[in-house]
Design a protein around this ligand. Structure first.
Ligand code: COA
Length: 299
């Protein structure tokens, strides 16, 4: 029997969407449902698509219409939440999201999924989505710096900013999202500028640590404080110090600093092509992968 395709939801669908959302196994994007429940102006930012069945809704998809990524300038639409138990509804909702994203002039359409959701991963890969990055996190702890270390850690000072920006730009190939082609020379200066801006923030939202050996700046860790989370805005260790204790030292200091400020979580995004960073984070620091971002190139 022919099933009608997805359509934009109307206000009478909202109860049905919220009921379906409760059947999801993977966590929902609660902030959006809060906005939908409160009936504020979410429609200016999001599209909500639904699939009709004979006995109510069979699926839904929430699309953030448009965002522009800092540094790269990538134009992107984001599937913020998505649920349909049956594969034909899943593919038609995803097709619908891709059409909408194109109409918003997005270059990419992305979605974050739970790492154990093999079924959805297959559906996405079947539609041309590729793994771009991992969202990782670990509880902060009152870590002690390694004893007898050749390194020391301190808060960054204004005279460190240039060295931090240079080290960041040298590591760009490791930190940019996988599966997107970038002109590194073009991004170098934009990335350095973003680092300078982050370091010059006057608010309490950015903490910058540097690791030194003697006069040499060996590594930096920039944390962005967001409520319960210290987000790793940038982490880089100078190439000659890879494979030693440098990264462990600065990361433990970062974890301890957050712990002492009652911030319970340390989180970050690791590019899918950066297996070294992922391996290190999991094995040496106990990070786990919370979600994986898949992206589809639209143009
Ligand atoms: C990520 C980074 C901070 C890690 O520091 P490091 O000193 O290189 O880390 P370590 O050598 O202690 O650990 C790397 C681990 O990855 C493993 N590894 C290396 N290459 C790998 C690969 N291609 N695939 C899988 N694992 C790999 C190493 O064997 C090591 O694991 P082990 O200690 O269990 O043997 C550093 O490499 C760096 O600055 N990279 C560039 C910037 C960057 O990626 N920043 C992180 C953004 S999230």
């Amino acid at each position: 029997m022919h099933q009608p395709g997805p359509r934009l939801a109307s206000s009478t669908d909202l109860q049905g969407v919220l009921a379906l959302a409760e059947r999801k196994i993977s966590p929902c994007n609660e902030a959006i449902y809060q906005r939908i429940r409160e009936g504020d102006t979410w429609q200016s930012e999001y599209d909500l698509y639904v699939c009709d069945g004979t006995e109510g809704l069979r699926g839904f998809l929430v699309l953030k219409k448009h965002l522009t990524r800092g540094i790269t300038g990538d134009r992107e639409s984001v599937i913020c939440d998505f649920f349909a138990p049956h594969v034909p509804d899943q593919t038609s909702l995803l097709d619908c999201a891709a059409d909408a994203a194109r109409s918003y002039d997005s270059q990419f359409l992305t979605i974050e999924i739970a790492p154990h959701d093999k079924h959805l991963r297959e559906v996405l890969e079947g539609q041309g989505y590729r793994l771009e990055s991992h969202r990782i996190s670990v509880a902060t702890a009152d870590c002690r710096p390694p004893e007898a270390s050749p390194y020391s850690v301190r808060l960054a000072e204004a005279q460190d900013h240039f060295s931090i920006a240079v080290l960041n730009s040298m590591m760009l190939e490791h930190t940019l999202s996988a599966e997107r082609d970038y002109d590194l020379s073009e991004l170098t200066f934009r990335s350095m500028e973003a680092i300078f801006q982050q370091l010059s923030r006057q608010d309490e939202g950015c903490v910058a640590l540097v690791l030194t050996r003697g006069q040499e700046l060996v590594a930096h860790l920039l944390l962005e404080l967001m409520g319960e989370t210290g987000y790793i805005y940038d982490l880089a260790v100078a190439r000659e110090h890879w494979g030693g204790t440098a990264v462990r030292h600065i990361m433990r200091s970062g974890s301890q600093l957050l712990f002492q400020r009652n911030i319970p979580l340390l989180a970050g995004d690791v590019s899918a092509c950066n297996l070294r960073a992922l391996q290190f984070a999991r094995r040496a620091l106990g990070f786990s992968v919370d979600s994986q971002r898949f992206g589809r190139r639209l143009r």
